[in-house]
Design a protein around this ligand. Sequence first.
Ligand code: PBG
Length: 325
Amino acid sequence: MSFPTHRLRRLRRTERMRGFVRETRLSTGGLIYPMFACPGSGVRTEVSSMPGVHQQSPDRIVEECREVADLGIPAVILFGLPMHKDDTGSEAASPDGAVQRSIAAIREARLDLLILTDVCLCEYTSHGHCGVVHQGEVANDPSIALLAAVAVSHARAGADVVAPSDMMDGRVGAIRRALDESGFADTAILSYAAKYCSAFYGPFREAAQSAPQFGDRRSYQMDPANAREALREVALDIEEGADIIMVKPALPYLDIIQRVRERFDVPVAAYNVSAEYAMVKAAARNGWIDEQRIVLEIMTSIQRAGASMVLTYHAKDVARWLKSC
Ligand code: PBG
């Protein structure tokens, strides 16, 4: 039976009716706000390619976290910048690092926020790669032990969830074992499982000062052309102990989010990354797009594809807009 029996416009007549039959409902409940912690105090420097996003010292991180919590956003993810970079990124696991100090400060402020931390070496190594370099190559197995030590240092500082973003093979298992052996069996792992080698990380590398000094990340991050391989990455990370898995970037990889959602029964997160943010901001500043509508449509598409959590630099704006809707 079709027209005139069926008229799909019946359910589109009024906003009341459209809201009533809406399949995807946005809420602040799945938002994760990324933040960049740097050494010092009183520091707050805007990232030029990411308007509204700052590198901040721990005292300023706490101030913004208060605002984030007041907006009803449940979680932040912290990235760190070191005082000094070296070959092995040794500052990444320091108890006095900007991330570790920020966690302690947020805890001390007793904010009702989940604290996630990015576990990687690229911000801390002089060569900018996500693992250690041996004879010109990023060496997998020696990197894993270092990453596990970083994760334990975050857990010790009080992180709820550690999120390895390095894409070394076997790092989730190594991190799970290290956490368990150090008494952090309750610290969860969100793995950047399907992380693509993407040009959409450009502005982040300014924010985190983490651009590789030679070569690129193609030998460890995924080829954008591959979808089935993403399912293998996710399956292995779940087997190794990942509690939550992530697809990254989000908008150019909605098909991957959908496939992962259909295949696996773990929570799925998506990272709406720096260039996705920067493109929207640049067009909005030029008056070429309606920023609020564009961002809410993007958030809807990511959730509709199957992600239950979204890491996004738009989180504070989204929370404000949803409040006033
Ligand atoms: C670190 C890391 C990156 C991002 C998150 N963690 C950059 C990279 O892999 O070069 C990108 C996030 C963004 O672009 O917003 N490995």
